[in-house]
Write a protein that binds this ligand. Structure first.
Ligand code: CO
Length: 220
């Protein structure tokens, strides 16, 4: 493609054209498609993924509109002081009633790479500090991996595992379990090279994996 400034300026137009094509092809496949979707959503899954443009939740799981409630941020972090993700989580679990929550990291994550380095990138440093904390927990295992790519891959996996635990540490999830709701939390990692997802860990109940210091009482 010709990368003249003029082309660049108008590059957004192919998104609008793509949208027209999408709307038309869905209408042809199922004339009731948009009418049905407009009635409401009952997604069974909450996806917490990376903002990375190469890991779109629906495409990599062959799912359609209406099936996955999605939250994405840099390096798929579950931060308890983040009003955005906590609102998404509470709404997904207690209003939509999702049955499965998926934290999906990905190999080759720029956020994980940046967190492993000593470079600063601005505001995002504060966000990525959470990954440095994950590194700190597992520093013996990680420091022993000489190949920086392999070390980044392992940190990507450990980060997902810790974010799954961070979900289980929220009162939102613990309240769902206390109320006997089915909420399974899954840790996945997506391979940019293969397009394949690997399952890492999952938690069904707080007693399995969460230290008692993180458990809340519901007696009041
Ligand atoms: Co990423």
């Amino acid at each position: 493609m010709n990368e003249t400034p003029q082309n660049h300026h108008n590059s957004y137009k192919r998104l609008i054209e793509g949208n027209r094509l999408f709307a038309l092809s869905q209408q042809i496949k199922d004339p009731e498609y948009f009418k049905k979707l407009s009635l409401g959503q009952t997604p069974e899954y909450l996806w917490i993924g990376c903002s990375d443009s190469r890991v779109p939740a629906n495409e990599v799981t062959s799912t359609s509109s209406g099936e996955i409630f999605v939250h994405r941020n840099i390096a798929n972090l579950v931060v308890h002081t983040d009003l955005n993700i906590m609102s998404v989580l509470e709404y997904a679990v207690h209003v939509l009633g999702v049955k499965h929550i998926i934290v999906c990291g990905h190999y080759g994550c720029g956020g994980v790479r940046a967190a492993m380095s000593r470079k600063s990138y601005g505001l995002v440093d504060k966000w990525l500090r959470n990954i440095k904390d994950v590194y700190h927990i597992y520093h013996k295992e990680l420091d022993a991996i000489e190949d920086p790519d392999k070390r980044a891959d392992r940190l990507t996996e450990l980060n997902v595992i810790e974010q799954v635990r961070n979900l289980a540490k929220t009162k939102i999830i613990q309240r769902a379990w206390h109320d006997k709701k089915t909420v399974h939390i899954h840790g996945w990692v997506y391979g940019l090279n293969s397009g394949l997802i690997t399952e890492l860990n999952n938690i069904h109940d707080e007693r399995e994996d969460i230290d008692s210091i993180y458990q809340y009482d519901f007696d009041f």
